[in-house]
Design a protein around this ligand. Structure first.
Ligand code: TRP
Length: 327
């Protein structure tokens, strides 16, 4: 079975875009691949974050993942900081990286270009840590958004460099960018991605939003004045976005939804989608609350850390031998 690995930063609440773009895919992937999913908490501190927020985000994230249907008997779910090999290999990868390479990474480049204050050295060396995350597990595939593709490219470069300088040690991973049509856009500005930044609360549906409030957001979603229900992301991006949401949450193909609504209006369609979202969130949150109170999160993370450590420690021992740390 091929291996797939994904990390998520616990820096905000999960929204419907995360569910449709990533988590719903992971649910399928966990049957097809040997999955490793970790909470990238070491990456989360590259920008200041309060301990209580980090703690809460982490716990919520794991509980939500489980509530969304990720199954710890299929996928290994763990915290990055529970597996010390990440920090260890992260340092080695930092030393394999050239300043110029890291200066070209867009996140760092954009922030420096904007003259942002308080950029940490951690933000600069974050890509080699991400490389370590991936290489420890010999991952074949890394599902990422376009913004992260560059980091997987760097990972490949660093792995090849290490393999060449020492000897064959790391598998060269491949980025897997999400399929078209699975992206979710802001309900208020459908040209922008749905995002966890708080600047667009009406455009974003949090997985922990009150279901009734979420339904309202669907009802007031921006559409267009064309007035015909069809799937046309170019000219009717708001409508296309709503159709994507309905289709992923119910499993009904977009064409079938469109044909059911022939000759009907947006209001009626929104009503159905609002109800779909309402039901989806209600069920999800019931499972989430049950998981949070059951102690399941701790249990899953403990087991996940053990499984991940076993593999990662083997790899770091190999690396330490090759680079001359083990005498
Ligand atoms: N950098 C990713 C993000 O910002 C999170 C991440 C850290 C990650 N390590 C990873 C993703 C390894 C995939 C594989 O979203």
């Amino acid at each position: 079975m091929k291996r797939m690995l994904s990390g998520i930063k616990p820096t905000g609440r999960l929204h419907l875009g995360n569910y449709i773009g990533a988590i719903s895919q992971f649910k399928k992937y966990q049957d097809e691949y040997e999955m490793f999913i970790f909470i990238a908490n070491e990456h989360a501190i590259t920008v200041p974050i309060e301990a209580k927020d980090l703690r809460k985000n982490t716990k919520d994230l794991v509980a939500l993942y489980l509530a969304c249907g990720l199954d710890p008997s299929k996928a290994t779910i763990f915290l990055q900081s529970d597996v010390s090999a990440h920090a260890k290999l992260g340092w080695v990868m930092t030393c394999m990286s050239y300043m110029g390479e890291l200066q070209r990474m867009t996140q760092y480049k954009d922030k420096t270009a904007k003259g942002e204050a308080g950029i940490t050295a951690g933000l600069f060396t974050y890509p080699p840590l991400m490389a370590a995350d991936i290489l420890l597990y010999d991952a074949d595939y890394v599902p990422v958004g376009v913004d992260q593709k560059q980091h997987v490219e760097l990972t490949r470069t660093l792995a090849e460099r290490f393999n060449h300088r020492y000897s064959d040690t790391f598998k060269i991973p491949e980025p897997l960018t999400t399929k078209v049509g699975q992206k979710v856009y802001s309900l208020q500005d459908p040209t922008k991605k749905m995002s966890k930044s708080a600047s667009d609360p009406k455009g974003t549906i949090d997985l922990l939003d009150d279901p009734a409030a979420a339904r309202k957001k669907i009802m007031s979603a921006k559409t267009d004045s064309i007035g015909i229900i069809q799937y046309d992301p170019q000219d009717q991006p708001g409508l296309a976005n709503l159709l994507t949401i309905q289709s992923v949450l119910t499993g009904e193909p977009v064409e079938s939804i469109v044909s059911r609504y022939e000759g009907k209006g947006y209001g009626e369609l929104k009503k159905e989608i609002g109800q779909t979202v309402f039901d989806f969130l209600t069920d999800l949150q019931a499972r989430y609350n049950e998981i949070l109170t059951s102690g399941k999160v701790d249990e899953v993370l403990k087991e996940g850390a053990e499984k991940a450590s076993f593999i990662a420690n083997k790899k770091i021992r190999k690396v330490y031998k090759k680079i001359g740390f083990t005498i």
